[in-house]
Design a binder for this molecule. Structure first.
Ligand SMILES: [Zn+2]
Length: 359
């Protein structure tokens, strides 16, 4: 490994939400973590868990436990290469580590009834057209209830920001984008990940780490428009039916969504197909246009992400269209679209970001 230390943010157990700057280096099979304001820690490689995270998987989370509890390091993809070279084993399946969430059904009886159905569904749901047909038959009310479960489990996992400049900014941008007939909700999670996701039924969740990385309200609008498009196109619901299978249907039939909670927490880490992403980009662009928001914010933010992806993530993780290709498609669509007058979003972005760094 080269001697240049790797920049990271360190979130010690029980510490505040915003973490401390730290430098990482590798020494004799252990990771040396040097926080700016606390003593160096030595973490045995065997104790580390590594996961790709973030919108576009632009960050890595390195986690471990000790007597004080669970600690977390966030490293931008651009800086991860030396670590990956030093300990390829840790990254072999890092991006695909999914917390297994085999929740037991509430009642054993239900399980007995559901088991043959689950086996059958497992078989059939691998055939996409059937999942499509199931999705078509899920009414919007049920979709929304599933979204509420996802939101509840997101709340249970971490602190939400429910007031203040950043929350207000998300509401203002969301309101500009929403059409009068739509019942969309926008929530802000206090987490360093550069992430955002759309839960079924119109519930859009943004992480503070993403807001902090945007340079303007228009950039955030680009992300929100993309996520709303996933909702509109029912991508989240479809993905949920595909991966949770009949559990979704059983829950909907019984009106008891509790069993979905643990699973639902992973929605933010779900990946859609390249086609779905492209579709959401273009549909999002149309929405920005309708809302008279400068569409250039969308490709600009993807470009910012691309810069933090310079280390190139393994092909395994990039089910997203290659960033360059995605950017080109967006820029072309913007150039060929009808130009309409844009009205700026009146939010002081510097104070929004400032409020995040001190909350
Ligand atoms: Zn997407």
């Amino acid at each position: 490994m080269s001697d240049a230390p790797i920049p990271a943010r360190f979130y010690p157990a029980g510490g505040e939400a915003h973490g401390h700057p730290a430098r990482l280096s590798w020494q004799d099979g252990a990771l040396l973590v040097q926080p700016e304001d606390s003593p160096t820690r030595r973490v045995d490689a065997a104790a580390l868990r590594v996961e790709a995270r973030g919108f576009n998987h632009s960050q890595w989370a390195l986690q471990w436990n000790d007597a004080d509890g669970g600690h977390l390091l966030m490293v931008d993809d651009a800086f991860i290469a030396p670590l990956r070279d030093a300990a390829p084993g840790l990254f072999a399946d890092g991006g695909h580590v999914r917390r297994s969430t085999h929740r037991r059904f509430g009642a054993g009886i239900l399980f007995l009834i559901a088991l043959p159905l689950l086996l059958l569904a497992g078989f059939f749901l691998s055939i996409n057209p059937l999942a499509e047909r199931i999705v078509e038959h899920i009414p919007p009310g049920v979709e929304r209830q599933i979204g509420e479960v996802v939101l509840a489990s997101t709340r249970a996992e971490g602190r939400m920001i429910d007031s203040g400049p950043a929350w207000e900014a998300v509401q203002i941008v969301g309101k500009r984008l929403a059409r009068p007939s739509e019942n969309l909700e926008f929530h802000l999670v206090d987490k360093p990940d550069i992430n955002a996701f759309a839960a079924p039924g119109g519930i859009v969740v943004v992480y503070s780490g993403l807001v902090d990385k945007t340079a303007s309200a228009e950039e955030l609008a680009g992300v929100l428009a993309h996520e709303i498009a996933h909702v509109e196109l029912r991508h989240s619901l479809r993905q949920l039916v595909k991966s949770a299978g009949l559990r979704v249907i059983v829950a909907a039939l019984l009106g008891d969504y509790g069993g979905l909670g643990g699973w639902a927490a992973q929605l933010g880490e779900l990946k859609f197909s390249r086609d779905a992403e492209r579709e959401a980009d273009l549909r999002g662009l149309a929405r920005l246009h309708d809302a008279r928001i400068d569409p250039a914010g969308m490709p600009r933010f993807f470009e910012t992400l691309a810069k933090s992806e310079e280390g190139r993530m393994p092909a395994l993780f990039s089910t997203h269209p290659a960033t360059a290709e995605r950017l080109a498609t967006l820029q072309q669509a913007i150039a060929s679209g009808s130009s309409s007058q844009v009205a700026p979003i009146a939010v002081d972005w510097a104070s929004v970001r400032k409020s995040l760094s001190k909350s």
